[in-house]
Design a protein around this ligand. Structure first.
Ligand code: ADP
Length: 625
């Protein structure tokens, strides 16, 4: 019997498996079971037209046998089997070297990842076994052959006895060492668990003899007997007909697979037969996981290929703004042994991702239209993520989510959508107005909103840091621009604007004096068109608002602080204004003090810190006595 060398590429992969530091070695079983299932598929297909096969659908099975004392784990199937040449070609060479994509200097790290995400087929058996024997009899041959290898130094092939068509894989499990416990692969319960975890939806039964202990009748003694049990459930929920699955079943599946004890808000069951064939069951959770808004959170859907799990969290299937969605996707179009890099560029995967995005969006829209209360619950948990999605993508994704956004508003004590806002805009209203602040109560007291409120214009309340950034990215909704109540031009009406313009011109010198006395704190001082009763407010010119300034400067690692262009607006119909005009004529020193007071008041109203509280307090006292 002659010892044969592995091909160079195979040898490298094999070395990698044998010396694998990868902790998730259990996936070898998934790989072997999946090969067995493919082999059965092939013979079953032949059996449909060829009576000689002599097996019917229910005869096909995969068997697992544990010989604990001998340290052996066997996996056998009654699939198509391999001829001598096939043993040689299929197991002596790796066919998929291309997809594995070895690079010169990436050795272990990246390869570990490949093992984790996709497995590497048959050779993964060497992660757990010192010696691997494959006995196989092909449907197309009369004799059986045995392939055997102890690892990288080569393999042998010789004839052997095997009655029936199919393949038997015999693994001599490694001894336990410090870095790895292998004996668990000889434990019934452990094997059962990993079959359930990775291969539950394989279409053929995976059977194992199990020792079951039962209490004897009329006695305390335990009676042991052996039962041949099927470990997998075979039909995944996503392959079933929607009509056959109850809400409870959907929810149980969710709790089971995604470890969430609360019921999901909604589920979506998709069966797509268009450009990409896939089935999916998706869930919208009711609460954000504790780490959802942190860097630790990983988005993604479980990805299956014909019932075999190939990835636990496939991130490419979900856009960031829907990162809360949980679920499973199964597509026969995806190959089991595909590398992560190739998967990312896979056309099928992209089509699937688009389908999923559309389905989630439609489901949420439906919820918004038909069950407002539920939708508000959803928005409370994940609304922030939708807004981050718009911001992070520089507004490119706005179309997908803009109709799903909600904000508090001045008109109703509840959240409104942008569509609702626009539908009731006043005839002479040009912009979608918003005001920022810590909460609705604080915003309601902002003097900047006075005039707009009196005109009956609705104002959206932006209470999350990201709100203003998100709408800046969107720019418009339904062709209406967003406008902050504190921004330079709020365009109330032309008539008023003209009046204010005259007032500004008439008082230009006084206003300039006030500005200069504030020494660079403000870019402009002017007569306000938005104040009704309050004497002052702070607004901004340009793109950067005070709120944005606050948020940006509070971010970690800001090297340079940003500063909004502040404008101090004064209400010309307030008695303070008349007093100031008078002081400009006869007591400029006092006017300077007034200017400081007004500026600090405006800061306080805005919820911003004042620079020198002690000086401010002394100034008040000075003017009081
Ligand atoms: P892959 O399954 O991705 O092709 P593997 O290394 O797991 O890669 O297997 C290589 C080939 O060996 C398979 O394509 C198949 O032709 C053959 N093979 C493996 N296991 C079996 C089996 N149990 N029965 C028949 N053929 C098998």
């Amino acid at each position: 019997m002659e010892k044969k060398e592995f091909k160079a590429e195979s040898k490298r992969l094999l070395d990698l498996m044998i010396n694998s530091i990868y902790t998730n070695k259990e996936i070898f079983l998934r790989e072997l079971i999946s090969n067995a299932s493919d082999a059965i598929d092939k013979l079953y297909f032949i059996s449909l037209t060829d009576e000689k096969v002599g097996l019917s659908r229910s005869d096909f099975a995969i068997n697992i046998e544990i010989l604990k004392d001998e340290g052996i784990l066997k996996i056998s199937d009654n699939g198509i089997g391999m001829t001598k040449d096939e043993l040689e070609n299929n197991l002596g060479t790796i066919a998929k070297s291309g997809s594995l994509n070895f690079k010169e200097n990436n050795e272990l790290d990246e390869n570990v990842d490949i093992i984790g995400q996709f497995g590497v087929g048959f050779y993964s058996a060497f992660m757990v076994a010192d010696s691997v024997t494959v006995k196989s009899r092909s449907y197309n041959a009369d004799e059986a052959y045995m392939w055997k290898s102890q690892g990288a130094d080569g393999y042998t092939i010789e004839p052997c006895d095997k009655e029936s068509v199919g393949t038997e894989i015999i693994l001599e499990i490694k001894e336990d060492t410090e870095e790895g416990e292998y004996s668990k692969f000889l434990e019934q319960f452990f094997i059962q668990d990993i079959v359930k975890k990775y291969s539950d939806y394989i279409r053929y039964p995976i059977k194992m003899d199990k020792v079951i202990s039962r209490q004897k009748e009329d006695s305390d003694e335990l009676e042991k007997h052996i039962e041949n049990v099927t470990l997998n459930s075979m039909i995944p929920i996503w392959r079933k007909n929607k009509a056959e699955v109850s809400d409870k079943e959907y929810n149980d599946f969710y709790r089971d697979k995604f470890y969430d004890y609360s019921e999901p808000l909604a589920h979506i069951h998709m069966k797509s037969e268009g450009a990409a064939m896939f089935n999916a069951v998706l869930y919208i959770p009711s609460k954000a996981p504790y780490d959802f808004y942190s860097k630790q959170y990983e988005k993604g859907l479980k990805l299956f290929s014909s019932g075999v799990m190939i990835m636990d969290k496939c991130a490419d299937l979900l856009p960031d703004y829907f990162s809360f969605v949980k679920g499973v996707v199964d597509s026969e179009d995806l190959s089991l042994n595909i590398s992560r890099e190739i998967l990312q560029q896979d056309r099928q995967l992209k089509i699937i991702a688009r389908g999923i995005e559309r389905a989630v969006k439609n489901e949420l829209k439906k919820m918004l239209e038909n069950d407002r209360e539920k939708y508000e619950e959803f928005f409370k948990a994940f609304g922030l993520q939708l807004k981050y999605g718009i911001y992070q993508s520089f507004g490119q994704n706005a179309d997908a989510v803009k109709d799903l956004l909600m904000f508090d508003s001045s008109l109703e004590g509840k959240k409104v959508t942008l569509a609702e806002y626009v539908s009731r805009m006043k005839e002479d209203q040009k912009y979608i107005y918003y005001a920022t602040g810590a909460n609705a109560a604080q915003i309601e007291n902002l003097p900047q909103t006075e005039m707009l409120r009196e005109k009956g214009f609705e104002i959206l309340y932006f209470t999350d840091d990201v709100d203003e950034f998100a709408v800046k990215m969107m720019n418009t909704y339904s062709e209406k621009e967003f406008r902050s109540v504190s921004s330079g031009d709020i365009d109330t009406s032309d008539e008023e604007s003209a009046e204010i313009k005259t007032m500004n011109e008439m008082n230009a010198q006084m206003l300039d004096f006030v500005k200069d006395s504030l020494g660079g704190n403000v870019a402009k001082v002017c007569v306000s068109q938005r104040l009704k009763t309050h004497p002052v407010c702070l607004t901004t010119d340009g793109d950067l608002s005070l709120e944005m300034e606050k948020v940006l400067n509070s971010m970690p690692n800001v090297s340079e602080k940003v500063k909004a262009q502040r404008v101090l607006e004064i209400n010309a119909s307030h008695p303070v204004f008349a007093a100031m005009a008078k002081l400009y004529e006869n007591d400029k020193e006092k006017l300077k003090k007034y200017a400081t007071l007004l500026y600090n008041q405006a800061l306080l109203i805005e919820g911003m810190p004042i620079e020198d509280p002690t000086a401010f307090s002394e100034l008040i006292c000075e003017l009081m006595v």
